[in-house]
Write a protein that binds this ligand. Structure first.
Ligand code: NAP
Ligand code: NAG
Ligand code: NAG
Ligand code: NAG
Length: 380
């Protein structure tokens, strides 16, 4: 019967190690061992950089003035009548985008947004032309018709940028969430985005027989709740996670057409939609989301537009320190956009995961504490 107690095992490894240590040469091919290790690490880093530069990183985009100007020809912004979408439209005006089309359902809200933007154009001496189109992004026939109307109009050129911002949220504990709510959120947040993109993309791709190969850009709006599941967001988180798979698959297809795909993950942002959602948000959800702070719609929009106009637009668009941590931590198999991006992911992911444990600990405390409070209130 072999003795496999832990103590014996340890003793045996110690013996084996001391034996094998003796056999290790202190030098290798004339180099001291530590030097060799350094050389190997250096070679690995060099190879990583070379692979990235030569193979993986997007090549296009010296982002000449001409390309940028071309990109800023016609931007379509879904959800452009309120909150982040409206702020994106304003940011596009600032960047001298020629045509901007806002898409949303409520016509009076759309017209009010157009008025606001027109006033902004005049007071800032800009030239952008704003048009609005009322359609529900979750109704496929209507979306197809909208894309056709917008893209085949003779006086406005085909879209060069598409910002999918339309979306909605709600929060409640899973068992208190209506069955229909899962369908509603999936319909607007995921299907609405897929339908709009499917309808507009053919018009954004290079036309047969023409030789223009200017870059185009598509942005999706997920959420920090699309990077980690949060209490109360069973319906919402799932609809936002769906966008990640969709965007990753799409970017692999349209990259060779010079179309960039980006996915943004806004944290809590001060918008009419956010205010509405707060009305019946569970305390747990509120306390957990507040960890990342509250951003203004302008801050979020400014980063979204800036990153779309960047030389090598990042696939993941994040906001703030927590956003940075989450983006690098959950990058998975998403594409890299810079050497720094790859280096951070290769060398710091373990550390970020370690830090994330403290957040998880904190979240669990919140959930338990509020639960205790609820039980106490109930029994009173
Ligand atoms: N605010 C936040 O804290 C936060 C955080 C993370 C992610 N996000 C995401 O960012 C996006 C914008 O949020 P927000 O806070 O700016 O929201 P918001 O103020 O409620 O604005 C939402 C916009 O989307 C439009 N919209 C909603 N459902 C639509 C539909 N079925 N068809 C067409 N348009 C529709 C709305 O217009 P109509 O209602 O007239 O259609 C409105 O223009 C959403 O995707 C949201 O999930 C927001
Ligand atoms: C559209 O929005 C306005 C407020 O901006 C609101 O009064 C009106 O009821 C909304 N219309 C519909 C059909 O929801
Ligand atoms: C993409 O851009 C590159 C460089 O600008 C160009 O050589 C290539 O033809 C373009 N591809 C398409 C499909 O337009
Ligand atoms: C990871 O961090 C680097 C450095 O801040 C950043 O450039 C990069 O965009 C981040 N990666 C992702 C996937 O967000």
């Amino acid at each position: 019967m072999p003795n496999i107690s832990l103590k014996n095992l340890l003793a045996r490894t110690a013996v084996e190690e001391s034996v094998s240590m003796e056999c290790v040469p202190k030098t290798f091919a004339g180099l001291p061992l530590y030097g060799l290790i350094l050389v190997v690490i250096g070679v690995i880093i060099l190879l990583t950089v070379l692979i990235l530069e030569l193979v993986l990183l997007p090549k296009r985009r010296k982002l000449s003035k001409e390309i940028k100007k071309n990109l800023l020809t016609h931007a379509v912004v879904t959800g452009g009548s309120s909150g982040i979408g409206l702020a994106v439209a304003k940011e596009l005006v600032k960047n001298d985008c020629k045509y901007i089309t806002l898409i949303a359902r409520n016509e009076s809200k759309l017209n009010k947004a157009k008025e606001e933007l027109d006033a902004y154009v005049t007071t800032n001496d800009k030239k952008s032309i704003i048009q609005v189109y009322s359609v529900d992004v979750g109704v496929v026939d209507k979306v197809t018709k909208a894309a056709e109307d917008i893209c085949t109009s003779s006086d406005v050129p085909c879209p060069t940028m598409l910002f999918n911002v339309a979306g909605t949220s709600s929060s409640a504990a899973f068992v208190s969430t209506d069955f229909q709510e899962f369908e509603r959120l999936m319909n607007i947040n995921y299907l609405g985005t897929a339908y709009v993109t499917r309808a507009f993309l053919p018009y954004m791709m290079k036309k047969e027989g023409t030789d223009e190969n200017h870059p185009r850009s598509i942005m999706f709006t997920s959420s920090q709740a699309g990077q980690l599941g949060v209490f109360g967001y069973t319906a919402y988180s799932a609809s936002k996670y769906a966008l990640k798979g969709f965007a990753e698959a799409l970017q692999m297809e349209v990259g060779r057409e010079n179309i960039t795909v980006q996915l943004s993950f806004p944290p809590d942002t001060d918008t009419p939609g956010f205010e509405e959602e707060n009305k019946d948000k569970p305390e747990e959800t509120r306390l957990i989301s507040e960890t990342s702070g509250l951003f203004s719609a302008e801050q979020v929009a400014s980063k979204m537009v800036k990153s779309a106009l960047q030389k090598r637009p990042p696939f993941n668009v994040y906001f703030g320190l927590e956003g940075w941590m989450l983006a690098n931590l959950t990058a998975g198999m998403s594409p890299v956009h810079s050497i720094l991006d790859a280096i951070v992911q290769i060398f710091f992911k373990g550390l970020l995961r370690f830090i994330s444990l403290f957040y998880l600990f904190d979240f669990r405390n919140i959930v338990h504490k509020v639960g205790k409070k609820r039980r106490a209130e109930k029994s009173e």
